[in-house]
Design a protein around this ligand. Structure first.
Ligand SMILES: Nc1ncnc2c1ncn2[C@@H]1O[C@H](COP(=O)(O)OP(=O)(O)OP(=O)(O)O)[C@@H](O)[C@H]1O
Ligand SMILES: [Mg+2]
Length: 383
């Protein structure tokens, strides 16, 4: 195993070197981009179909109530694992009557961060104008004119980090700070805790996974369970299947759609199968493929060193209880941690652990004395 990982490290280093030498830029025709394109969201939501999340919604609304909005700009990020329901929760907040006297703007940010696009989107939604402003300076000026003295709610949905643009978040915050007399409330959704922590002006909201019961409710909705025969036996099977969703709404929804047209025996096969097995889901249209492709975006967005360290974690069995100290020792002895200039190898390793926790790829196990983690089970199927 150690040799395998070392070879993998050498290969990754070689790829990184070639990437730099040949000045490759990401192509817009890769599969990843296609997934990104279909991810665009709008604020529309059918509230009746949303399972749970009422407590979370109330908590967010309370922290955005007028008595808590003491500054001219308030930024509240919602972060959590891919497909867990961040956008859905943001939609519930966006549509709430608490913001009836606000101008509301919904911006889908996407993996390609474009400050001009965000600025222009806000301007066009507030003013109903359709001219595109090119200069940043003019965008800021126009926003200040338009938003002076107004209350505005902006949702920035699906924020990622552009690794070549260190000023990305700073510039975004500066653009949204439109001056005294205005009340700007910004709700950001992101998979990345680090983005949430950097952008927030109030405590960000970490969105917890749904319970197995909630996943089962979603599966029932999507599979038209009520119209099926032998519901009692089917429920037993369905509940087993819902436990395989790991609290991820997207997984429950996709499985529900798939089960809709299936017979009793086919439900049993799904229960007994390795549902998320990548090799068994070559069909790009299959629900499993879509879920894994969506989750894989997070993995693809990781820098190479983090991919390598996570890849090593994925060699542990599912549900394995990983001790932080042991993991870091193994990373270091395998040579995964480059000798750094400022931080010690140990500090750098701790930083990598934090990044993996921030992406919810690693999850903290509650333990009294030591830091222990497990891997988010769905990510194991990337390998
Ligand atoms: N509480 C819920 N009840 C029912 N369906 C839900 C719930 N939460 C999310 N969904 C459904 O699950 C899917 C994924 O949800 P959503 O897009 O909100 O996740 P996300 O966390 O924003 O994902 P991503 O990280 O990919 O942006 C959506 O189709 C949504 O309708
Ligand atoms: Mg989303």
């Amino acid at each position: 195993m150690a040799n395998k990982m070392k070879t993998m490290r050498r290969k990754l280093e070689e790829i990184t070197r070639q990437h730099k030498d040949f000045s490759f830029t990401p192509s817009s025709t890769t599969n990843d981009e296609q997934v990104t394109d279909t991810r665009e969201t709008s604020s529309a939501v059918e509230e009746a179909l949303v399972v749970g999340r009422t407590g979370e919604k109330q908590k967010i609304l309370a922290s955005l109530s007028s008595e808590n909005l003491t500054r001219e700009i308030t930024i509240l990020p919602i972060y959590g694992f891919g497909g867990i329901g961040k956008t859905t929760l943001a939609k519930l907040v966006f549509g709430d009557a608490q913001f009836n006297d606000y101008s509301r703007v919904w911006v889908y940010v996407s993996q390609v961060f474009d400050l001009k696009k965000i600025g222009n989107s806000i301007i066009s939604q507030v003013s109903n104008g359709d001219s595109y402003i090119i200069q940043n300076q003019m965008i800021n000026k126009r926003l200040q004119e338009l938003l002076a003295g107004r209350k505005i709610l902006v949702v920035l949905d699906d924020m990622w980090r552009d690794r070549d643009n260190e000023r990305q978040l700073e510039d975004l915050r500066a653009m949204l700070r439109v001056g005294e007399g205005s009340k700007v409330v910004v709700v950001v959704t992101t998979r990345d805790e680090a983005i949430a922590k950097e952008l927030c002006t109030i405590e960000p909201h970490k969105l917890a996974p749904l319970t197995d019961d909630m996943c089962w409710t979603i599966i029932k909705q999507k599979s038209a369970f009520e119209s099926k025969d032998c519901k009692e036996q089917l429920e037993h099977i369905g509940r087993c299947i819902s436990m395989r969703c790991g609290g991820v709404a997207l997984a429950a929804q996709s499985l529900g759609y798939m089960l809709r047209s299936m017979t009793f025996d086919e439900w049993k096969s799904v229960r007994d199968s390795d549902i998320w097995n990548v090799s068994a889901t070559r069909d790009a249209r299959s629900p499993q493929h879509k879920v894994l492709a969506s989750l894989r975006l997070s993995y693809n967005s990781m820098p190479p060193y983090l991919k390598l360290c996570f890849g090593y974690c994925a060699t542990f069995p599912k549900g394995y209880n990983i001790a932080k100290g042991g993991l870091i020792h193994q990373w270091i002895s395998l040579g995964f941690i480059e000798p750094p200039s400022i931080l010690s190898t140990w500090q750098l390793s701790e930083n990598y652990v934090r990044q993996l926790l921030g992406l919810s790829f690693l999850q903290v196990l509650k333990s009294p004395s030591v830091s222990r983690y497990t891997i988010q089970a769905l990510t194991l199927f990337f390998f």
